[in-house]
Ligand binder design. Structure first.
Ligand code: SAH
Ligand code: SF4
Ligand code: F3S
Length: 562
């Protein structure tokens, strides 16, 4: 019987992609996957360290496994990702249930670590004298980049094997739940070199490395061949992408920028662009042209200072590149931006937003531009006046949506050492709520500006409301839907004998299946599946939807069917 793995993912899209790659690799090695932790022989958490809250969720999951591990010492528990890298072996000391630690830069080693862990557990269980305490019977498997991750020789060698994980990606036509897979992430850049003072990512993900364009394009092509129609390119500062062909350190195609030649951003145009350099703008255009069956090409997350006009023009001139930018601002106070080491001023940020709108916002041809942002409230020393400046910047930028976080002091960062976390929690909460309220008002106006438009919507699946309704056991006699959604419908809902015929008759009259999709501006659009249509036939389709309503968070409308 194959080992059954339960894999739970926390954190950002980078982690979602890592989990997909790891799961694909483990499947090819004969592991099976289960959605129930209790059924698994191997429990893996792919973790995030960006805020303390993200780590707390993992601590509580690990705590839940203590009792089970005491009964079943053969259970293998692994912590993967950023928290493993940040906390290192201290994590095992605090939580001895953990057998395997694997940082995000070492995930290619995971199969070996698991294999060792499984085998050691079996032999320890067989050989160890029964009177030995349980703790002594276990051994640990650990792969972390640690402080070697910024040394170029070790980095190049590590990247080389990591690159294989992306390249050998399993191209599955369905997602983990058996639904058609039409959307995928593709990494273009690993790591981050910005060192914003509050942020753990440069420590957990290591130095910034750009993947060769040929590898990226090949991956997009293979995904498209497997049925994917929407690709989101990933990088922590995705628009900083820049690949120097034949540059200094190259190990099997993975290149480090040449010293003194590297171009560090703040650019309108890359002066080195040409045959030897593939810029972000070049990469977008090349993917767009090389893989025409990709209907939508997106990218996250953009860094405001690195956006050249060339990339904005590539977006404008290539119709299948989405008109959406996620560009975190973090603060509207120059003083706080300086303490954060963000490397731009409020004026420069606004200049970028205005420039992007001048080039890309074309509502008259049905192609508006939408922008979203991230903000941190309550950064050390933030005053009411700093916060008001943030509200002003948020209003000025007119975001479609914004992610707002309370500052969380993270071990290992510059900020935790240099700046006491002196904004009281109650003040952080108040500012958080006030900024959310300001954004809600703007989000509503931006959403309403779409009413009356017909927008192509990429159908992602059942809406959150629809899933909750089904999970709560609401049942429908809408046979074509209920029978085809497969694994996503709770079995209690399967028109089983416990449901009376009258109830079905009643629900038939009111039954609607709500789907959710996205515009190319990344607006969520909710609409009803036309009667008689099947959910899985609609997933992954681009459907024109006439927008009739808007809230601060989503649009609603009716699909136009021929
Ligand atoms: N690379 C991306 C962001 C990665 S982290 C960028 O630079 O834009 C995602 C978001 O988490 C950040 O934009 C920031 O708003 C937030 N964040 C990061 N560290 C944080 C911290 N210590 N406390 C609160 N929010 C944080
Ligand atoms: Fe963190 Fe700054 Fe890098 Fe984003 S750019 S990942 S916030 S260090
Ligand atoms: Fe979290 Fe690591 Fe992503 S810290 S936000 S999972 S890069």
């Amino acid at each position: 019987m194959p080992r059954r793995v339960y894999l739970e993912t926390f954190g950002c899209q980078m982690n979602e992609l890592d989990s997909e790659l790891v799961a694909g690799r483990l499947r090819t090695l004969g592991y099976a996957f289960t959605g129930e932790s209790a059924e698994a022989d191997v429990v893996l958490f792919n973790t995030c360290s960006v805020r303390e809250h993200a780590e707390q969720k993992v601590w509580s999951r690990l705590g839940e496994l203590k009792a089970r591990k005491a009964d079943d010492p053969n259970l293998v528990v692994g912590v993967l990702g950023c928290m493993a890298e940040r906390d290192g072996e201290a994590l095992i000391r605090r939580m001895p249930v953990v057998d395997v630690l694997c940082g995000p830069g070492e995930l290619d080693k995971l199969p070996t670590l698991l294999d060792n862990a499984v085998r050691t557990r079996a032999s320890l269980a067989a050989d160890a004298p029964a009177e030995w305490p349980r703790g002594l019977r276990s051994a640990r498997e650990v792969a972390l980049q640690g402080n070697t991750s910024r040394r170029s020789a070790t980095l190049a060698a590590a990247q080389d094997t990591l690159e294989m994980l992306d390249l050998s990606r399993a191209m599955s036509p369905t997602d983990g739940e058996g639904m058609p897979k039409r959307s995928a992430y593709v990494r273009i850049t690993r790591g981050c070199n910005k060192f914003c003072t509050y942020c753990v990512v440069p420590f957990t993900r290591g130095a910034e490395v750009h993947r060769p364009p040929e590898h990226i394009i090949e991956e997009c092509r293979r995904l498209a061949d497997a049925g994917v129609v929407e690709i989101t390119l990933l990088g922590q500062t995705v628009n900083h992408y820049r690949f120097e062909h034949g540059a200094a350190v190259t190990v099997n195609g993975v290149t480090q920028p040449q010293k003194g030649r590297s171009y560090t951003g703040g650019h309108r145009r890359d002066p080195f662009a040409g045959e030897r350099v593939t810029t972000f703008a070049d990469l977008l255009a090349r993917i767009h042209d090389a893989v025409p069956s990709i209907q939508r090409l997106r990218f996250v997350t953009s860094y405001p200072r690195d956006f050249g006009d060339d990339a904005l023009e590539a977006m404008r001139d290539h119709p299948r590149i989405c008109r959406y930018l996620h560009v975190p601002g973090q603060s509207g106070s120059d003083r706080i931006l300086g303490l954060m080491n963000r490397g731009y001023s409020v004026g420069e940020y606004i200049e970028f937003i205005d420039r992007a709108r001048a080039i890309l916002d074309q509502p008259e041809i049905g192609r508006p531009l939408a922008i979203s942002g991230d903000f941190i409230v309550g950064f050390p020393t933030e005053t009411d006046a700093d916060f008001e400046a943030t509200v002003a910047m948020l209003r000025r930028a007119r975001y479609k949506s914004a992610f707002i976080f309370k500052y969380s002091a993270r071990p290992g960062t510059v900020a935790i050492d240099k700046y006491p976390d002196d904004v009281p929690e109650a003040v952080k909460r108040r500012r958080n709520n006030a900024l959310l309220a300001a954004q809600d008002a703007i989000g509503l106006e931006v959403g309403q500006s779409n009413i009356g438009r017909t927008m192509p919507v990429f159908v992602e699946g059942l809406s959150v409301r629809e899933r909750k309704r089904r999970a709560a056991g609401a049942c429908s006699a809408h046979g074509s839907v209920m029978l085809t959604v497969g694994g996503r419908v709770p079995s209690a809902c399967g028109a089983g004998p416990s449901h009376g015929e009258e109830a079905h008759e009643e629900s038939r009259a009111v039954e609607r299946v709500q789907l959710s999709g996205r515009t190319d501006t990344d607006h969520i659009v909710l609409f009803d599946l036309p009667a008689g249509a099947r959910v899985e036939d609609w997933i992954g389709r681009l459907v024109p939807v006439r927008i009739t309503g808007a809230t601060a968070l989503a649009l609603s409308g009716s699909p136009i069917t021929a």
